[in-house]
Ligand binder design. Sequence first.
Ligand SMILES: Cc1cc2nc3c(=O)[nH]c(=O)nc-3n(C[C@H](O)[C@H](O)[C@H](O)COP(=O)(O)OP(=O)(O)OC[C@H]3O[C@@H](n4cnc5c(N)ncnc54)[C@H](O)[C@@H]3O)c2cc1C
Length: 436
Amino acid sequence: MSWRNWAGNQHTDPARTVLARDTDEVVGAVRAAARDGLRVKALGSGHSFTGIAVADGVALRPPSDPASVRVDGHRVSVPAGLTLRELNPLLWAHGLALPNLGDIDAQTVAGAISTGTHGTGAGYRGIAAQVRGLELVLADGSVLACSPEEYAELFSAARVGLGALGVLTNVTLATEPAFRLHAVETALPLARVLGELDELTAANEHFEFYWFPHTDIAATKRNNRTVADGPARGRVAEWVGDDLLGNGAFGLACRVGAAVPSLVPRINGLMAAQMAHAEYVDRSYRVFCSPRRVRFLEMEYAVPRAALPEALTGLRSVADRHARAVTFPVEVRVLGADDIPLSTASGRDSAYIAVHVFRGQPHAAYFGAVESVMTALGGRPHWGKMHTRTAATLGPGYPGFSDFVALRDRLDPEGRFRNAYLDRVLGVPATCASPT
Ligand SMILES: Cc1cc2nc3c(=O)[nH]c(=O)nc-3n(C[C@H](O)[C@H](O)[C@H](O)COP(=O)(O)OP(=O)(O)OC[C@H]3O[C@@H](n4cnc5c(N)ncnc54)[C@H](O)[C@@H]3O)c2cc1C
């Protein structure tokens, strides 16, 4: 069965696709692949832009039945292939929620944690930081339950495991009591946002902004927990706020900009000028996540939080030179440090800068120039978003990188879970003769 990712820039025809309903079926699929000399790739929902999820041998769909979700106080054990879209309302029904989410909810739990998916909030961390236990099927077909108490090294690494250590079958997450968010969206001069960034990120639980290249306007979003009622999300909010990137008018603007690049500065100015004030209160997951109907390509880098002003200065000059046809805004978010070896926020408070182009537009020069700026500042690329880095250049940026690779080599000496992307970013296991 042919496979294609959401963005449409990755595709493959795996030797076979297996839908595993439970852990035993995952074990069976991994053992059968070994017998047949095939590699195995667990599939999420295909929302990575990189080739991280590309399967050449067995494409394995992990268990995803919502009926197998178990709630124990604030801990919730979920099948690895469950989507966040299914999980969030289910948690709400139990009076629970994840503390922080990214922009969309289409990802599977395993896919989201495996690439270090994150939202925003200086005092918050990515979704993988909520993991308290994991069940994994290893390359030899054995099943391990790991946690901070059992197989602690594997647990620590497998939270952001890139799909390289085994197939996750079950994930236990720490949640918090369900909460509502008060969202305020305002357009502000970019210079003011940059000048007040420390205050804005400290005073708001979840602060982010979008900057439209070729303008001086930043569309800011502040989400804070509230127990008060507030206005529901209205039509205006849907256009200028979270749903901007999923909006038909925006799609049209992208197409016009791609066809006539000289119009882009004016289009971006017009879009930025549409940024009205919007304010609403809703369930947390409905405020964090929104649909993305306009397809795009994306690169995102995490830099040390203190390097954000420099990163944005570099980005602005790159955008002036390379992004003449780019209608997509740049997204800027912040996150607290975590202790996960391959997390982009491992050991440091981080700022995230994401650049996008409308699907089909040339991206190499723009993304390449942005990547140079971010790499010079010690930037770490999102594992699921486009980048050109290799193990040799990534390794020095993560204190736990070589331990992660050594663990992978030990657990998967035959390279059962390899693919071309993992060979590039982790290297080929020493025991495997050739690249993929
Ligand atoms: C429109 C859009 C918006 C996005 N917004 C954000 C955002 O706000 N924040 C952010 O950080 N990222 C964001 N992303 C990136 C996205 O969250 C990640 O790429 C995520 O990994 C996608 O999850 P998935 O389920 O589609 O996994 P896939 O892309 O299908 O797979 C990703 C990796 O997970 C592995 N995997 C999947 N299941 C298992 C399993 N059971 N066991 C072991 N490994 C497994 C795969 O093998 C692969 O290595 C966005 C992407 C898109 C397209």
